[in-house]
Design a protein around this ligand. Structure first.
Ligand SMILES: Cc1cc2nc3c(=O)[nH]c(=O)nc-3n(C[C@H](O)[C@H](O)[C@H](O)COP(=O)(O)O)c2cc1C
Length: 201
């Protein structure tokens, strides 16, 4: 598959970076084409400016998109699968990744601006959307307090939505007690990378 990995963490000293590295190690074992959007490394602009907002808000689809957005959209057009890797911050992805959705999912590209004009949506349907996030709380706690469900709702049902044939969120929780979970999580990231097509229906 052609796999786009959208990675979002500011530090190479982080556990999320170790997970990202293990995932790549696994992916490279199979015959995949890998493209990476390392949002901090790219200094990706996450906030929408006034003219971008006006394009979205007033569905001015003829207004040209910024170059950085066209580049991200081109990466999506070339891919069959997108893997998102990030830490859970305040029960969601970091703001930079949220900004990637705000800006890259532009009107007429990822969603329609008129219910009769769905055909205007140009985003290539992806075979797989995989979300891998690290979290301080253990998974059981995130499930118990309803946050895991809310993260799945927002990320899988809304942001990935109908644009992906298969979708999965893997929460690598309990990093507050890193020594306890580290080995298992790193192995899991490697195995997911090595056999990513197993997630497909
Ligand atoms: C700003 C910030 C907010 C965080 N919010 C949450 C949260 O809402 N829920 C949670 O389980 N962990 C939260 N964490 C913990 C991170 O998810 C944890 O640091 C990450 O899983 C692994 O650490 P890393 O930064 O070394 O990659 C937060 C961490 C930071 C820095």
């Amino acid at each position: 598959m052609n796999i786009l990995v959208v990675y979002c963490h500011p530090s190479k000293k982080s556990f999320t970076f170790e997970i990202f590295s293990k995932l790549l190690e696994g992916l490279k074992k199979s015959n995949h084409q890998i493209t990476i959007s390392d949002l901090y490394e790219m200094d990706f602009q996450s906030d929408m400016n006034e003219s971008e907002y006006e394009r979205e808000g007033f569905a001015q689809v003829d207004q040209e998109l910024p170059k950085d957005i066209l580049l991200e959209q081109e990466k999506i057009q070339q891919s069959d699968c997108i893997v998102f890797v990030y830490p859970v911050w305040w029960s969601d992805c970091p703001a930079k990744l949220k900004g990637w959705f705000d800006r890259v999912y532009s009107v007429g590209y990822a969603y329609g601006y008129d219910s009769t004009r769905d055909k205007q949506v140009k985003m290539k349907k992806q075979r797989l959307g995989l979300v891998i996030c690290t979290a301080g709380h253990p998974n059981e706690v995130l499930e118990e307090i309803g946050i895991a469900e809310s993260m799945r709702k927002v990320m899988l049902d809304d942001r990935l939505g109908q644009r992906f044939e298969n979708k999965q969120m893997i929460i690598l929780g309990g990093t507050i007690d890193k020594d306890k979970v580290k080995e298992n999580h790193l192995l899991k990231a490697y195995e997911i990378g090595k056999s990513i097509e197993k997630i497909l229906n």
